[in-house]
Design a protein around this ligand. Structure first.
Ligand code: ADP
Ligand code: MG
Length: 347
C-alpha cells in the first residue's frame, strides 16, 4: 500500500527523532498560537472569544481500511472531520493536536505520508498543528485528534435550539461519500480475487473524492454571517442525514417533516446507487462521512437562503408529539430511524 519505495524502520529515528522529523515543517497560520510544538504544552490566546474544543479517535480496521485508503488521504480526512466539528458549532478551527500510535508494521515513510496529508489539510484550513503525542502500538494505527477553535460569544450554535416551524436546511449534497466507499469496496473484492486486475475507478472521481478527500465546510459560517442568519441549531453530517436529524430533534425536543424529494443528491451518486441496486435516498439518510452541515433557521429567514447554491431547504420542524418523519415521493409519511427509516412502514 505504501507508495514510497524505500523503507526506514521507526526504530532508526526513535520517538523523539520521529516527532522532530514529522513536525519540523509545520507552518503557523494564526496569531492565537503563542507556542506550538516543542514545549510541555501549547499556549493559545483567544482574547475575548470563547474556545471550542472537540476530540475524535480513529482506529485502523474500525474507522478506516488501509487497503484502499492511502495514508495521505487518511491524514487529510482525519483533520477535515475534526475541523468539521468546530464548523458545526458555527466556529472557526484554529489549532489541532495529533496523537498517534504506530505498530512496527509502519515505516518512517508511512508516518511521513500520513503527516503530509494532515499538514496539507492544516494549510488549506489555516489550522495550526500545535502538539500531540507519539507512541507505539502492538497492532495497527490509532489516530487521536483534538481540535480547538474560536467563536464570538453570541455566535455559538448548539444542537438543542430548533423551534417549531423552523426550516431544516442542508449544505452541499449527500450520499456521495457512501457511494465512493461502495466503489472502493467493490474494487477491493475484485483485487482479492485476482491481484493482477487493475482497479476500475474510471468516471467516479466526484464520489471517490467525497470518500477519500472530504472537505470541512469552513466557508459556511462566513456565508451565514454575511446573510445575517444565525441558525437556531446545527450539527455536521458525519453519520448520515437520518441520524443527525434525530440528534437535532431529540436535543431540541421537537419533531420534523423531511421531504424525500428535496434531499440534494448528486447525479453521479444517484446513478451509481441505481447500478448497485441501492436507493439513493437510503445512501443520503444512512451513508455517513459527507461532512456537510445541517441546521435550522426561522421561517422569516427563508428569503436569505432561497436559491443559494450551497443551501437546500429539506423540511421543517414540528412539535415533538408529531415525531420525526419523512414524506416520501409518493406522499406517504414514514418514521425516520437512525438507520434511515423503518422499511416495514414504507407503503
Ligand atoms: P512529553 O514527554 O512532555 O509528552 P513529547 O516528547 O511527547 O513530550 O512531545 C514533545 C513535543 O512534541 C510536545 O510539544 C508535543 O506536543 C509534540 N508532539 C509529540 N508527538 C507529536 C505528534 N505526533 N504530532 C505533533 N506534535 C507532537
Ligand atoms: Mg508525550
Amino acid at each position: 500500500m505504501f507508495q514510497n519505495s524505500s523503507r526506514t524502520e521507526l526504530s532508526t529515528l526513535g520517538e523523539f527523532g520521529l516527532i522532530k522529523h514529522l513536525t519540523e515543517h509545520i507552518q503557523i497560520h494564526n496569531e492565537s498560537t503563542v507556542k506550538g510544538v516543542g514545549d510541555d504544552a501549547a499556549v493559545i490566546e483567544y482574547k475575548n472569544k470563547v474556545a471550542l474544543l472537540s476530540t475524535d479517535m480513529l482506529a485502523e480496521g474500525i474507522h478506516f481500511d488501509l487497503t484502499y485508503m492511502p495514508l495521505k488521504h487518511l491524514g487529510y480526512k482525519a483533520i477535515a472531520s475534526n475541523v468539521s466539528d468546530i464548523c458545526a458549532m458555527n466556529g472557526t478551527c484554529k489549532q489541532v493536536t495529533v496523537s498517534i500510535a504506530l505498530s512496527n508494521r509502519f515505516s518512517v515513510e508511512a508516518a511521513e505520508e500520513l503527516y503530509s496529508g494532515m499538514l496539507l489539510a492544516c494549510n488549506n484550513y489555516k489550522v495550526d498543528l500545535v502538539g500531540g503525542d507519539t507512541t507505539s502500538s502492538l497492532s495497527g494505527l490509532i489516530i487521536s485528534i483534538a481540535a480547538l477553535g474560536e467563536a464570538e460569544k453570541g455566535e455559538v450554535v448548539y444542537r438543542n435550539g430548533a423551534k417549531e416551524k423552523d426550516l431544516l436546511v442542508v449544505t452541499g449534497d449527500l450520499g456521495g461519500a457512501y457511494m465512493g466507499l461502495q466503489i472502493l469496496e467493490r474494487e477491493k473484492a475484485v483485487f482479492k480475487e485476482n491481484p493482477n486486475l487493475q482497479p476500475d475507478l474510471e468516471g467516479n472521481d466526484y464520489i471517490l473524492e467525497r470518500q477519500l478527500k472530504p472537505e470541512a465546510r469552513i466557508d459556511i459560517a462566513a456565508i451565514l454571517k454575511e446573510k445575517g442568519i444565525k441558525p437556531t441549531s446545527m450539527i455536521d453530517i458525519s453519520d448520515g442525514l437520518a441520524s443527525e436529524i434525530l440528534h437535532l430533534c431529540t436535543q431540541s425536543e421537537v419533531g420534523c417533516n423531511l421531504f424525500e424529494e428535496k434531499i440534494p443528491i448528486d447525479g453521479l451518486t444517484a446513478s451509481r446507487a441505481h447500478e448497485f441496486k441501492m436507493d439513493p435516498t437510503i445512501c443520503a439518510l444512512s451513508g455517513g462521512e459527507d461532512y456537510e452541515l445541517l441546521f435550522t433557521i426561522p421561517q422569516s429567514d427563508y428569503d436569505k437562503v432561497k436559491g443559494h447554491p450551497d443551501f437546500t431547504v429539506i423540511g421543517h420542524i414540528t412539535d415533538k408529539a408529531s415525531g420525526v418523519n419523512m414524506v416520501t415521493r409518493s406522499g406517504s409519511s414514514v418514521t425516520l430511524t437512525a438507520q434511515g427509516w423503518d422499511a416495514f412502514l414504507k407503503k
